[in-house]
Ligand binder design. Sequence first.
Ligand code: 4AD
Ligand code: MG
Length: 463
Amino acid sequence: MANRRIAEILQSGQPDESLLVQGWVRTKRESKGFAFIEVNDGSSLANLQVVINQDLPDYEPILKKLNTGAAVEATGVLVASLGKGQQIELKAETVKVYGEADPDTYPLQKKRHSFEFLRTIGHLRSRTNSFGAVFRVRNACSTAIHQFFQQRGFLWVHTPIITASDCEGAGELFSVTSLDLKNIPRTENQAVDYSQDFFAKPTYLTVSGQLEAEVMAMAFSNVYTFGPTFRAENSNTSRHLAEFWMVEPEMAFCDLEGDMDLHEAFLNHIFKYVLETCPEDMEFFNERIDKSVLATAENIINNQFERLTYTEAIKLLEKADVKFEYPVSWGLDLQSEHERYLAEQLFKKPAIVTDYPAQIKAFYMRLNDDEKTVRAMDILAPKIGEIVGGSQREERLEVLERRVLAQGLKPEDLWWYLDLRRYGTVPHAGFGLGFERLVQFMTGMGNIRDVIPFPRTPQSAEF
Ligand code: 4AD
Ligand code: MG
Protein backbone atom coordinates (compact mmCIF):
# COMPACT_ATOMS: atom_id res chain seq x y z
CA MET A 1 0.00 0.00 0.00
CA ALA A 2 1.24 3.46 -0.88
CA ASN A 3 2.96 5.16 2.03
CA ARG A 4 2.47 8.87 1.48
CA ARG A 5 3.40 12.10 3.24
CA ILE A 6 0.49 14.08 4.61
CA ALA A 7 1.34 17.31 2.73
CA GLU A 8 1.03 15.45 -0.54
CA ILE A 9 -2.17 13.64 0.47
CA LEU A 10 -3.85 16.92 1.44
CA GLN A 11 -2.80 18.49 -1.81
CA SER A 12 -3.61 15.78 -4.31
CA GLY A 13 -5.28 12.86 -2.54
CA GLN A 14 -8.44 11.62 -4.26
CA PRO A 15 -11.48 9.91 -2.71
CA ASP A 16 -11.31 6.08 -2.84
CA GLU A 17 -7.51 5.99 -2.75
CA SER A 18 -6.14 3.40 -0.34
CA LEU A 19 -3.08 4.43 1.56
CA LEU A 20 -0.95 4.25 4.67
CA VAL A 21 0.02 7.21 6.82
CA GLN A 22 2.47 7.48 9.70
CA GLY A 23 2.86 10.35 12.12
CA TRP A 24 2.14 11.71 15.58
CA VAL A 25 -1.23 12.40 17.10
CA ARG A 26 -1.95 16.08 17.60
CA THR A 27 -5.48 15.75 18.99
CA LYS A 28 -8.15 13.18 19.60
CA ARG A 29 -11.87 13.88 19.60
CA GLU A 30 -14.43 11.25 20.42
CA SER A 31 -18.04 11.28 19.41
CA LYS A 32 -20.77 8.67 19.31
CA GLY A 33 -19.48 5.62 17.50
CA PHE A 34 -16.43 7.44 16.10
CA ALA A 35 -13.16 9.02 16.99
CA PHE A 36 -11.32 11.70 15.04
CA ILE A 37 -7.55 11.78 15.26
CA GLU A 38 -5.50 14.64 13.85
CA VAL A 39 -2.21 13.20 12.59
CA ASN A 40 0.87 15.25 11.67
CA ASP A 41 4.04 13.91 10.07
CA GLY A 42 5.95 17.20 9.84
CA SER A 43 5.43 17.57 6.11
CA SER A 44 2.86 20.34 6.49
CA LEU A 45 1.22 22.66 8.94
CA ALA A 46 -2.13 20.98 8.34
CA ASN A 47 -2.94 17.60 9.85
CA LEU A 48 -4.69 14.69 8.24
CA GLN A 49 -7.88 13.73 9.99
CA VAL A 50 -8.19 10.00 10.55
CA VAL A 51 -11.67 8.74 11.32
CA ILE A 52 -11.88 5.58 13.37
CA ASN A 53 -15.14 3.72 13.52
CA GLN A 54 -16.03 1.79 16.66
CA ASP A 55 -16.32 -1.36 14.50
CA LEU A 56 -12.53 -1.44 14.35
CA PRO A 57 -11.28 -4.48 16.28
CA ASP A 58 -9.89 -3.40 19.69
CA TYR A 59 -11.45 0.05 19.24
CA GLU A 60 -11.49 0.90 22.96
CA PRO A 61 -7.94 -0.15 23.91
CA ILE A 62 -6.48 1.45 20.77
CA LEU A 63 -8.31 4.69 21.36
CA LYS A 64 -7.02 4.82 24.90
CA LYS A 65 -3.48 4.82 23.57
CA LEU A 66 -4.09 7.48 20.93
CA ASN A 67 -3.24 10.51 23.03
CA THR A 68 -1.51 13.70 21.93
CA GLY A 69 2.09 12.84 21.05
CA ALA A 70 1.59 9.13 20.36
CA ALA A 71 3.20 7.69 17.21
CA VAL A 72 0.63 6.09 14.96
CA GLU A 73 0.27 4.29 11.66
CA ALA A 74 -3.07 3.98 9.91
CA THR A 75 -4.23 2.41 6.70
CA GLY A 76 -7.53 3.12 5.04
CA VAL A 77 -9.37 4.83 2.26
CA LEU A 78 -9.57 8.54 1.55
CA VAL A 79 -13.06 9.98 1.62
CA ALA A 80 -14.41 13.47 1.08
CA SER A 81 -14.77 15.05 4.48
CA LEU A 82 -18.15 16.15 5.73
CA GLY A 83 -16.67 18.19 8.54
CA LYS A 84 -15.49 21.75 8.33
CA GLY A 85 -11.82 22.63 7.81
CA GLN A 86 -10.67 19.79 5.58
CA GLN A 87 -11.57 18.46 2.15
CA ILE A 88 -10.45 14.95 2.64
CA GLU A 89 -9.97 12.53 5.51
CA LEU A 90 -8.81 8.97 6.01
CA LYS A 91 -11.33 6.33 6.97
CA ALA A 92 -9.19 3.95 8.99
CA GLU A 93 -9.14 0.22 8.32
CA THR A 94 -6.22 -0.59 10.58
CA VAL A 95 -4.62 1.50 13.29
CA LYS A 96 -1.30 0.66 14.92
CA VAL A 97 0.13 2.59 17.85
CA TYR A 98 3.93 2.59 17.94
CA GLY A 99 4.90 4.67 20.96
CA GLU A 100 2.42 6.04 23.44
CA ALA A 101 2.68 9.44 25.13
CA ASP A 102 1.36 9.59 28.67
CA PRO A 103 -1.07 12.51 28.87
CA ASP A 104 -0.10 13.14 32.50
CA THR A 105 3.54 13.81 31.65
CA TYR A 106 3.80 14.69 27.95
CA PRO A 107 4.44 18.45 28.05
CA LEU A 108 2.85 19.41 24.74
CA GLN A 109 -0.84 19.44 25.40
CA LYS A 110 -3.37 21.12 23.18
CA LYS A 111 -2.93 24.72 24.25
CA ARG A 112 -0.66 27.57 23.36
CA HIS A 113 2.75 27.38 24.99
CA SER A 114 5.11 30.34 25.24
CA PHE A 115 8.32 30.24 23.22
CA GLU A 116 10.24 30.59 26.50
CA PHE A 117 8.65 27.42 27.82
CA LEU A 118 9.19 25.61 24.54
CA ARG A 119 12.91 26.43 24.68
CA THR A 120 13.09 24.34 27.86
CA ILE A 121 11.80 21.35 25.89
CA GLY A 122 13.94 21.80 22.79
CA HIS A 123 13.77 18.07 22.10
CA LEU A 124 9.98 18.21 21.69
CA ARG A 125 9.22 21.72 20.43
CA SER A 126 9.60 20.79 16.75
CA ARG A 127 6.31 18.94 17.11
CA THR A 128 4.39 22.22 17.46
CA ASN A 129 2.81 24.23 14.66
CA SER A 130 5.17 27.20 15.08
CA PHE A 131 8.38 25.22 15.06
CA GLY A 132 7.16 22.95 12.29
CA ALA A 133 6.63 26.07 10.18
CA VAL A 134 9.98 27.60 11.19
CA PHE A 135 12.01 24.55 10.29
CA ARG A 136 10.21 23.96 7.01
CA VAL A 137 10.88 27.58 6.04
CA ARG A 138 14.49 27.22 7.19
CA ASN A 139 14.83 24.20 4.93
CA ALA A 140 13.28 26.10 2.01
CA CYS A 141 15.71 29.00 2.57
CA SER A 142 18.67 26.58 2.43
CA THR A 143 17.38 25.01 -0.76
CA ALA A 144 16.82 28.43 -2.32
CA ILE A 145 20.38 29.47 -1.43
CA HIS A 146 21.94 26.48 -3.13
CA GLN A 147 19.60 26.82 -6.09
CA PHE A 148 20.48 30.50 -6.54
CA PHE A 149 24.22 29.92 -6.58
CA GLN A 150 24.15 26.68 -8.53
CA GLN A 151 22.04 28.30 -11.27
CA ARG A 152 24.71 30.97 -11.57
CA GLY A 153 27.65 28.60 -11.74
CA PHE A 154 29.03 29.23 -8.23
CA LEU A 155 31.03 26.37 -6.76
CA TRP A 156 29.98 25.29 -3.27
CA VAL A 157 33.22 24.98 -1.31
CA HIS A 158 33.63 23.52 2.16
CA THR A 159 35.83 25.69 4.29
CA PRO A 160 37.37 24.38 7.51
CA ILE A 161 35.71 24.56 10.89
CA ILE A 162 39.01 24.40 12.72
CA THR A 163 41.29 27.27 11.80
CA ALA A 164 44.33 29.15 13.04
CA SER A 165 43.19 32.60 11.91
CA ASP A 166 40.75 35.13 13.35
CA CYS A 167 39.15 36.41 10.16
CA GLU A 168 37.21 39.22 11.79
CA GLY A 169 39.94 40.15 14.26
CA ALA A 170 37.37 40.63 16.98
CA GLY A 171 38.92 38.11 19.34
CA GLU A 172 35.65 36.24 19.83
CA LEU A 173 37.22 32.85 19.35
CA PHE A 174 36.47 29.47 20.87
CA SER A 175 39.75 27.63 21.36
CA VAL A 176 40.19 24.13 20.03
CA THR A 177 42.68 22.11 22.02
CA SER A 178 43.45 18.58 23.06
CA LEU A 179 45.71 19.72 25.90
CA ASP A 180 44.81 18.46 29.34
CA LEU A 181 43.29 21.52 31.00
CA LYS A 182 44.21 20.17 34.42
CA ASN A 183 47.84 19.94 33.44
CA ILE A 184 48.69 22.54 30.83
CA PRO A 185 52.23 22.33 29.43
CA ARG A 186 54.12 25.61 29.83
CA THR A 187 57.09 27.18 28.08
CA GLU A 188 60.01 28.64 30.04
CA ASN A 189 58.22 31.96 30.41
CA GLN A 190 55.01 30.31 31.59
CA ALA A 191 53.05 30.74 28.36
CA VAL A 192 50.93 27.79 27.18
CA ASP A 193 53.21 25.49 25.20
CA TYR A 194 51.13 25.03 22.07
CA SER A 195 53.92 23.04 20.41
CA GLN A 196 52.57 20.15 22.47
CA ASP A 197 48.98 20.72 21.37
CA PHE A 198 47.29 18.69 18.64
CA PHE A 199 48.02 21.11 15.81
CA ALA A 200 51.24 22.42 17.38
CA LYS A 201 49.79 25.92 17.39
CA PRO A 202 46.73 27.73 18.78
CA THR A 203 43.58 26.84 16.85
CA TYR A 204 39.97 27.94 17.03
CA LEU A 205 36.49 27.27 15.74
CA THR A 206 36.07 29.45 12.67
CA VAL A 207 34.23 32.79 12.88
CA SER A 208 33.91 32.95 9.09
CA GLY A 209 34.88 30.90 6.05
CA GLN A 210 35.80 34.00 4.09
CA LEU A 211 39.60 33.78 3.98
CA GLU A 212 39.48 30.23 2.64
CA ALA A 213 36.62 31.16 0.28
CA GLU A 214 38.92 33.83 -1.16
CA VAL A 215 41.53 31.13 -1.82
CA MET A 216 38.95 29.12 -3.74
CA ALA A 217 37.59 32.15 -5.63
CA MET A 218 41.11 32.75 -6.97
CA ALA A 219 40.79 29.40 -8.75
CA PHE A 220 37.08 28.99 -9.46
CA SER A 221 36.05 32.66 -9.91
CA ASN A 222 32.72 32.39 -8.12
CA VAL A 223 32.29 30.26 -5.00
CA TYR A 224 30.22 30.13 -1.83
CA THR A 225 30.42 28.53 1.56
CA PHE A 226 27.41 27.70 3.68
CA GLY A 227 28.24 26.29 7.06
CA PRO A 228 28.35 26.77 10.80
CA THR A 229 30.45 29.54 12.32
CA PHE A 230 31.21 30.21 15.98
CA ARG A 231 31.61 33.31 18.06
CA ALA A 232 32.33 33.49 21.77
CA GLU A 233 30.53 36.79 21.94
CA ASN A 234 28.94 37.25 25.32
CA SER A 235 25.87 38.91 23.81
CA ASN A 236 22.64 37.80 25.32
CA THR A 237 20.38 39.33 22.71
CA SER A 238 17.57 38.14 20.47
CA ARG A 239 19.94 38.33 17.47
CA HIS A 240 23.13 36.61 18.66
CA LEU A 241 24.06 32.96 18.79
CA ALA A 242 27.40 31.40 19.70
CA GLU A 243 26.93 28.93 16.84
CA PHE A 244 25.21 30.19 13.71
CA TRP A 245 25.19 29.41 10.02
CA MET A 246 26.63 31.77 7.47
CA VAL A 247 26.35 31.93 3.70
CA GLU A 248 29.42 33.51 2.14
CA PRO A 249 29.75 34.03 -1.60
CA GLU A 250 33.08 35.25 -2.94
CA MET A 251 33.52 36.56 -6.47
CA ALA A 252 36.69 37.26 -8.41
CA PHE A 253 36.63 40.13 -10.93
CA CYS A 254 33.94 41.84 -8.89
CA ASP A 255 33.68 45.15 -7.06
CA LEU A 256 31.35 46.38 -4.33
CA GLU A 257 28.65 47.42 -6.81
CA GLY A 258 28.60 43.88 -8.21
CA ASP A 259 28.51 42.54 -4.67
CA MET A 260 25.46 44.65 -3.79
CA ASP A 261 23.68 43.71 -7.02
CA LEU A 262 24.28 40.02 -6.39
CA HIS A 263 22.99 40.36 -2.88
CA GLU A 264 19.74 41.97 -3.96
CA ALA A 265 19.13 39.29 -6.58
CA PHE A 266 19.97 36.69 -3.94
CA LEU A 267 17.47 37.88 -1.31
CA ASN A 268 14.87 38.35 -3.98
CA HIS A 269 15.28 34.75 -5.09
CA ILE A 270 15.07 33.35 -1.56
CA PHE A 271 11.90 35.26 -0.68
CA LYS A 272 10.22 34.24 -3.95
CA TYR A 273 11.16 30.61 -3.46
CA VAL A 274 9.85 30.49 0.10
CA LEU A 275 6.57 32.19 -0.81
CA GLU A 276 6.10 29.68 -3.61
CA THR A 277 7.03 26.55 -1.70
CA CYS A 278 5.77 27.34 1.82
CA PRO A 279 2.64 29.48 1.32
CA GLU A 280 0.78 27.88 4.19
CA ASP A 281 3.63 28.35 6.66
CA MET A 282 4.12 31.96 5.58
CA GLU A 283 0.39 32.65 6.05
CA PHE A 284 0.72 31.16 9.50
CA PHE A 285 3.56 33.54 10.43
CA ASN A 286 1.65 36.46 9.03
CA GLU A 287 -1.40 35.59 11.09
CA ARG A 288 0.16 34.37 14.33
CA ILE A 289 3.64 35.84 14.67
CA ASP A 290 3.95 39.15 12.85
CA LYS A 291 1.26 40.76 10.70
CA SER A 292 3.84 42.33 8.41
CA VAL A 293 5.54 39.13 7.24
CA LEU A 294 3.83 38.88 3.85
CA ALA A 295 4.05 42.62 3.19
CA THR A 296 7.77 42.50 3.99
CA ALA A 297 8.29 39.64 1.56
CA GLU A 298 6.43 41.51 -1.20
CA ASN A 299 8.45 44.61 -0.40
CA ILE A 300 11.74 42.69 -0.80
CA ILE A 301 10.64 41.18 -4.08
CA ASN A 302 9.32 44.39 -5.61
CA ASN A 303 11.58 47.16 -4.31
CA GLN A 304 15.22 48.07 -4.55
CA PHE A 305 17.14 48.46 -1.34
CA GLU A 306 18.20 51.92 -0.22
CA ARG A 307 21.93 52.51 -0.80
CA LEU A 308 23.90 55.12 1.13
CA THR A 309 27.37 55.66 2.56
CA TYR A 310 28.25 55.47 6.22
CA THR A 311 29.00 59.22 6.16
CA GLU A 312 25.50 59.92 4.82
CA ALA A 313 24.00 57.54 7.38
CA ILE A 314 25.75 59.42 10.21
CA LYS A 315 24.33 62.72 8.94
CA LEU A 316 20.81 61.25 8.86
CA LEU A 317 21.20 59.83 12.36
CA GLU A 318 22.49 63.14 13.70
CA LYS A 319 19.40 64.84 12.27
CA ALA A 320 16.98 62.18 13.59
CA ASP A 321 14.40 63.39 16.06
CA VAL A 322 14.67 60.32 18.28
CA LYS A 323 16.78 59.84 21.37
CA PHE A 324 19.37 57.10 20.93
CA GLU A 325 20.94 55.30 23.85
CA TYR A 326 24.37 55.21 22.17
CA PRO A 327 26.13 58.26 20.72
CA VAL A 328 26.29 58.90 16.99
CA SER A 329 29.36 60.48 15.50
CA TRP A 330 31.66 59.86 12.55
CA GLY A 331 34.09 57.09 13.46
CA LEU A 332 31.83 55.20 15.86
CA ASP A 333 30.23 51.94 14.82
CA LEU A 334 26.48 51.87 14.26
CA GLN A 335 24.54 50.22 17.06
CA SER A 336 21.49 48.13 16.39
CA GLU A 337 19.17 50.98 17.45
CA HIS A 338 20.77 53.14 14.73
CA GLU A 339 20.57 50.38 12.17
CA ARG A 340 16.93 49.79 12.96
CA TYR A 341 16.08 53.47 12.84
CA LEU A 342 17.46 53.70 9.31
CA ALA A 343 15.85 50.55 7.92
CA GLU A 344 12.64 50.50 9.92
CA GLN A 345 11.68 54.12 10.42
CA LEU A 346 13.45 56.14 7.79
CA PHE A 347 13.50 53.94 4.68
CA LYS A 348 10.95 51.27 5.66
CA LYS A 349 12.97 48.68 3.73
CA PRO A 350 16.46 47.19 3.83
CA ALA A 351 19.30 49.66 3.48
CA ILE A 352 22.84 49.00 2.29
CA VAL A 353 25.37 51.18 4.10
CA THR A 354 28.81 51.35 2.48
CA ASP A 355 32.25 52.87 3.04
CA TYR A 356 32.71 52.59 6.79
CA PRO A 357 35.70 54.05 8.63
CA ALA A 358 38.68 51.75 8.21
CA GLN A 359 39.44 51.54 11.92
CA ILE A 360 36.12 49.90 12.81
CA LYS A 361 36.28 47.25 10.09
CA ALA A 362 38.37 44.12 9.44
CA PHE A 363 41.85 44.21 7.88
CA TYR A 364 40.87 42.65 4.55
CA MET A 365 38.52 45.38 3.33
CA ARG A 366 39.67 47.51 0.39
CA LEU A 367 40.97 50.94 1.38
CA ASN A 368 39.32 53.86 -0.43
CA ASP A 369 41.34 56.69 -1.96
CA ASP A 370 40.52 58.91 1.02
CA GLU A 371 42.61 56.45 3.10
CA LYS A 372 40.00 56.82 5.86
CA THR A 373 37.19 54.55 4.71
CA VAL A 374 36.96 51.03 3.31
CA ARG A 375 34.74 49.42 0.66
CA ALA A 376 32.56 47.74 3.26
CA MET A 377 28.83 47.12 3.11
CA ASP A 378 26.40 46.24 5.84
CA ILE A 379 22.84 45.40 4.96
CA LEU A 380 20.37 46.54 7.55
CA ALA A 381 16.94 44.98 7.74
CA PRO A 382 13.86 46.34 9.50
CA LYS A 383 13.40 44.75 12.96
CA ILE A 384 16.71 42.86 12.78
CA GLY A 385 19.40 45.43 12.04
CA GLU A 386 22.54 44.02 10.42
CA ILE A 387 21.73 40.93 8.41
CA VAL A 388 24.72 40.94 6.05
CA GLY A 389 28.30 42.13 6.29
CA GLY A 390 30.44 42.24 3.19
CA SER A 391 33.11 44.13 1.30
CA GLN A 392 35.33 44.47 -1.68
CA ARG A 393 38.62 42.91 -0.59
CA GLU A 394 42.01 44.59 -0.58
CA GLU A 395 43.77 43.08 -3.59
CA ARG A 396 46.91 45.28 -3.48
CA LEU A 397 49.73 43.54 -1.63
CA GLU A 398 51.42 46.62 -0.17
CA VAL A 399 48.19 48.13 1.09
CA LEU A 400 47.06 44.85 2.58
CA GLU A 401 50.37 44.37 4.36
CA ARG A 402 50.02 47.84 5.82
CA ARG A 403 46.50 47.11 7.02
CA VAL A 404 47.52 43.79 8.55
CA LEU A 405 50.22 45.50 10.58
CA ALA A 406 47.99 48.43 11.52
CA GLN A 407 45.50 45.99 13.04
CA GLY A 408 48.21 44.33 15.09
CA LEU A 409 48.22 41.11 13.06
CA LYS A 410 51.32 39.25 11.97
CA PRO A 411 51.91 39.07 8.19
CA GLU A 412 53.73 35.75 8.64
CA ASP A 413 50.59 34.15 10.09
CA LEU A 414 48.70 35.22 6.97
CA TRP A 415 51.45 34.31 4.48
CA TRP A 416 49.13 32.20 2.35
CA TYR A 417 46.46 34.91 2.27
CA LEU A 418 49.04 37.50 1.23
CA ASP A 419 50.30 35.09 -1.46
CA LEU A 420 46.93 35.46 -3.19
CA ARG A 421 47.95 39.10 -3.80
CA ARG A 422 51.39 38.05 -4.99
CA TYR A 423 50.17 35.65 -7.62
CA GLY A 424 47.35 36.55 -9.99
CA THR A 425 45.56 39.03 -7.76
CA VAL A 426 42.27 40.56 -8.98
CA PRO A 427 39.60 42.83 -7.53
CA HIS A 428 37.18 40.61 -5.68
CA ALA A 429 34.29 40.92 -3.29
CA GLY A 430 31.89 38.92 -1.19
CA PHE A 431 29.56 39.00 1.77
CA GLY A 432 28.36 36.95 4.71
CA LEU A 433 24.68 36.52 5.40
CA GLY A 434 23.71 35.45 8.90
CA PHE A 435 21.39 32.59 8.05
CA GLU A 436 19.38 32.67 11.28
CA ARG A 437 18.86 36.42 10.96
CA LEU A 438 17.51 35.80 7.47
CA VAL A 439 15.09 33.19 8.83
CA GLN A 440 14.04 35.66 11.54
CA PHE A 441 13.47 38.35 8.95
CA MET A 442 11.50 35.93 6.78
CA THR A 443 9.27 34.53 9.52
CA GLY A 444 8.97 37.48 11.90
CA MET A 445 10.20 35.29 14.77
CA GLY A 446 11.41 37.67 17.47
CA ASN A 447 14.15 35.57 19.03
CA ILE A 448 17.03 33.99 17.15
CA ARG A 449 16.92 31.03 19.57
CA ASP A 450 13.64 30.06 17.94
CA VAL A 451 14.85 29.75 14.35
CA ILE A 452 17.64 27.20 14.90
CA PRO A 453 16.78 23.70 16.16
CA PHE A 454 19.45 23.64 18.86
CA PRO A 455 20.51 27.14 19.92
CA ARG A 456 23.93 27.68 21.50
CA THR A 457 24.04 30.82 23.63
CA PRO A 458 25.97 31.97 26.71
CA GLN A 459 25.37 29.46 29.52
CA SER A 460 23.20 27.26 27.37
CA ALA A 461 24.18 24.20 25.36
CA GLU A 462 21.34 21.84 26.28
CA PHE A 463 20.09 19.26 23.78
O1 4AD B 1 29.61 40.99 9.64
P1 4AD B 1 30.28 39.67 9.86
O2 4AD B 1 31.13 39.55 11.07
O3 4AD B 1 31.09 39.38 8.52
C1 4AD B 1 31.95 38.36 8.31
O4 4AD B 1 32.16 37.44 9.05
C2 4AD B 1 32.59 38.40 6.94
N1 4AD B 1 33.79 37.58 6.98
C3 4AD B 1 31.60 37.93 5.91
C4 4AD B 1 32.12 37.98 4.51
O5 4AD B 1 32.34 39.05 3.97
N2 4AD B 1 32.31 36.82 3.88
O6 4AD B 1 29.18 38.53 9.92
C5 4AD B 1 28.30 38.32 8.83
C6 4AD B 1 26.88 38.16 9.31
C7 4AD B 1 26.33 39.36 10.08
O7 4AD B 1 25.90 40.36 9.22
C8 4AD B 1 25.20 38.71 10.85
O8 4AD B 1 24.05 38.59 10.04
C9 4AD B 1 25.73 37.34 11.13
O9 4AD B 1 26.79 37.09 10.23
N3 4AD B 1 26.23 37.23 12.52
C10 4AD B 1 25.59 36.57 13.49
N4 4AD B 1 24.43 35.89 13.51
C11 4AD B 1 24.05 35.33 14.67
N5 4AD B 1 24.76 35.38 15.82
C12 4AD B 1 25.95 36.05 15.85
N6 4AD B 1 26.66 36.07 16.98
C13 4AD B 1 26.41 36.68 14.65
N7 4AD B 1 27.50 37.40 14.33
C14 4AD B 1 27.38 37.72 13.03
MG1 MG C 1 29.38 42.77 10.60
